[in-house]
Write a protein that binds this ligand. Structure first.
Ligand SMILES: NC(=O)c1ccc[n+]([C@@H]2O[C@H](COP(=O)([O-])OP(=O)(O)OC[C@H]3O[C@@H](n4cnc5c(N)ncnc54)[C@H](OP(=O)(O)O)[C@@H]3O)[C@@H](O)[C@H]2O)c1
Length: 257
């Protein structure tokens, strides 16, 4: 991973929780926050070998009420309150037969992992932020929410679209109390999880990685650092007047103005 070049003290004294922080985009966000001096707790279901020694890793599952409760308890035992929450954990699988073939359980799993996880964690950690009159929340959405690629992933697009609407409203609600909430919308980023989904897409619909890259005006897929950089900025005081916004980071792929 290319070293980050930010101020190493910018987030000194801040305590962060990053969901899905073991690899991919979340892994890069953990490293970006560490490089700015934050104390970082990352949660994922499975351990990874290359997790940074200066962050704390906790095993947990964000997709259930009990899982979120346990994550909040373990996090508070390690760092106390949380000043920075990055709701990044998420995943999508495809149903090649299209939207009508997505079973009820597929919709539910997808919403619990991608949307309710963020709602529940935020509900648990927000009171502390409101009390301290300071805090930042970043919700990692997806370009699939803005331009749903296919019925095969409409459950995922819908869960991320729900996240966008919730994030915007929450931002307005808590802004007068000193808490900022923003959404980051990645395009196609090379990560262990997304690579599997794209391989399934290629198999089902013949959309090759070359075709994906060709649709990106900057002519390359993203790397996790591309997303981590904007998250690092949005969390910092340099972004003190930014809330309720959705930042698309996708090499120019989203066609809307
Ligand atoms: N990469 C892209 O092209 C892309 C594009 C748009 C949006 N996104 C979004 O970016 C975020 C990160 O995706 P990524 O591409 O970095 O995926 P990834 O490589 O699959 O990483 C996902 C992370 O989330 C964790 N995770 C998944 N389900 C979890 C659960 N139920 N509880 C706790 N942790 C869980 C994973 O660890 P475990 O599996 O061990 O739990 C892993 O740490 C997701 O929200 C995704 O929807 C990605």
């Amino acid at each position: 991973m290319i070293p980050f070049k930010n101020d190493p003290n910018e987030l000194k004294g801040k305590r962060a929780l990053v969901t899905g922080g073991s690899r991919g985009i979340g892994g890069a966000i953990v490293r970006r926050l560490l490089s700015a001096g934050a104390r970082v707790v990352a949660v994922a279901r499975n351990p990874v070998e290359d997790f940074p020694a200066d962050a704390a890793w906790i095993q947990g599952d964000v997709s259930s009420v009990e899982g979120v409760q346990a994550i909040v308890e373990r996090t508070s035992a390690i760092v106390g309150g949380v000043d920075i929450l990055v709701n990044n954990a998420g995943s999508g699988r495809i149903y090649p037969g299209g939207s009508v073939t997505i079973p009820d359980s597929g919709w539910q799993d997808c919403f619990h992992t991608n949307f309710f996880s963020a709602v529940r964690l935020t509900a648990a950690l927000l009171p502390g932020m409101l009390e301290r009159k300071s805090g930042t929340i970043i919700n990692i959405s997806s370009g699939a929410a803005l331009t749903p690629p296919s019925g095969a992933m409409i459950h995922y697009s819908s869960a991320k679209a729900a996240m966008n609407a919730w994030s915007k409203t929450l931002a307005t609600e808590v802004a007068p109390h000193g808490v900022r909430v923003n959404t980051v919308t990645p395009g196609n980023v090379v990560t262990p999880g997304a690579d599997i989904v794209r391989a399934d897409f290629t198999k089902a619909f013949g959309v090759t990685p070359e075709a994906v890259t060709a649709a990106i005006p900057l002519r390359r897929m993203g790397v996790p650092q591309d997303i981590a950089e904007i998250v690092g900025f949005l969390i910092s005081d340099r972004a003190a007047w930014i809330t309720g916004s959705n930042f698309i980071v996708d090499g120019g792929q989203n066609p809307t103005v």
